[in-house]
Design a protein around this ligand. Structure first.
Ligand SMILES: C[S@@+](CC[C@H](N)C(=O)[O-])C[C@H]1O[C@@H](n2cnc3c(N)ncnc32)[C@H](O)[C@@H]1O
Length: 372
């Protein structure tokens, strides 16, 4: 069986967590890299990564690398690939590109060249050409051009992998599911002890925690991945994918640890309950002010994504009060995905671990405290 190279794209700051996850899931030749994690395996390993990774944003297949000192080299390099396994003339494609320190400097132009070369090849063979669809293409292609060397990738995921399919509605500032999974891993929660999210919003952190604890592969709730729309994906592949889904279902465990989730906003809690039901996990959500949280005898892990930005302007002193509440949770591990430096400032202790992350276009920090 041929060994292929894949690339798991990460949200900036989550690379290490993703690397650890892929190693734990048994993928081969996993390497820690900025921006994403390369790994190797036969074709079906790419499918498995789409189904099993909780942290990757996308899984891409490296199709070809070639020297690319000019426009012509790009066009010829792309045209030399046989595109028939991936796209038919009646299908759609989209191409995106990144150009770094190369003769071709404009990424839009590079993407256009790649598209032209693919379309030309298919038209020459069939008399018809695929069309471009930027929103929902059958095939997504990514060109990474650096130092005049091209690497061409096909996206196996289709929609980014944080779109698990269970979140029909979200609160005002929902967290991407992949980022929630990354901070859970970064918290070192053991998946058996009690987990608390006292500002759970639409429930992303508790739902991801429950899926992880029960070993439910996150991709099982997805209706379709990008690779299922490739030209070569036929009945035999559909049967194999069904078998793989079946194998993953067979390792789901029934046991769930205690996950305590609450929020002050009852509307968002209704959404959280619906999302948990769709995800197939049992969680109960309680209306409660975080400032009423009490520590009990047992030490728990708290992982939460507190409010930031305009929401805080309405309640000056909120960060101080939350910090005071958390400081009373003796023996607990408290982990925050903070979208403002105010929480870190108010929690007078130095975090055991601090990692800058980006949540969409918001710069955040993951902060972990062992409360003494
Ligand atoms: C950034 S959002 C959390 C988003 C959540 N992680 C999700 O995926 O939907 C912050 C949450 O804190 C909640 N919140 C604000 N003040 C609160 C308080 N005093 N007590 C409890 N929750 C509060 C808000 O209702 C909001 O849902």
């Amino acid at each position: 069986m041929e060994t292929l190279e894949f690339y798991a794209a990460a949200i900036p700051g989550t690379e290490k967590a993703l690397c650890e996850e892929l190693c734990e899931l048994g993928f081969g030749s996993v390497r820690l890299n900025r921006g994403g994690i390369p790994f190797r395996g036969e074709a079906r390993e790419g499918w498995r990564a789409c189904l099993e990774s909780r942290i990757a944003q996308r899984i891409q297949l490296l199709l070809h690398r070639f020297p690319c000192p000019s426009e012509d080299a790009l066009f010829d390099g792309v045209k030399a690939i046989d595109w028939s396994p991936y796209i038919r003339s009646d299908q759609t494609l989209s191409v995106s590109a990144v150009c770094i320190a190369s003769a071709i400097t404009h990424s839009g132009f590079a993407a256009l060249k790649v598209k032209d070369a693919i379309v030309d090849q298919i038209r020459a063979r069939t008399g018809q050409r695929p069309s471009v669809d930027r929103h929902d293409p059958d095939l997504r292609i990514f060109l990474y051009l650096a130092n005049n060397k091209a690497a061409l990738y096909l996206d196996l995921s289709g929609e980014p992998l944080h779109r698990r399919g269970y979140r029909k509605e979200a609160g005002e500032a929902p967290l991407r599911e992949t980022l929630a999974a990354a901070i859970l891993r970064m918290s070192h929660w053991d998946r058996t002890s009690t987990l608390v999210d006292p500002m759970c919003g639409s429930g992303t952190i508790p739902i991801e925690a429950a899926l992880w604890a029960r070993n439910i592969a996150p991709g099982l709730s997805r209706a379709q991945f990008g690779f299922e729309r490739w030209a070569q994906f036929g009945e035999r592949e559909a049967t194999e994918l069904k078998e793989l889904r079946g194998q993953l279902r067979s390792v789901v465990t029934g046991q769930s640890p205690r996950i305590v989730c609450s929020d002050i906003d009852p509307t968002v809690l209704d959404i959280a309950s619906d999302n948990a039901r769709t995800a197939g996990v049992k969680l109960s959500f309680k209306e409660r002010d975080v400032r009423d949280l009490q520590g009990d005898q047992a030490a728990h892990t708290l992982v939460t994504n507190p409010p930031y930005g305009v929401r805080l302007e309405k309640s000056p002193g909120f960060c101080r009060e939350v910090a005071a509440t958390f400081s009373r949770l003796h023996g607990w591990r408290v982990c925050l995905l903070a979208g403002t430096p105010d929480y870190e400032r108010e929690l007078s202790a130095t975090p055991q671990y601090r990692k800058p992350l980006s949540n969409g276009d918001i710069d955040c920090a993951f902060l972990s405290y062992d409360i003494k």
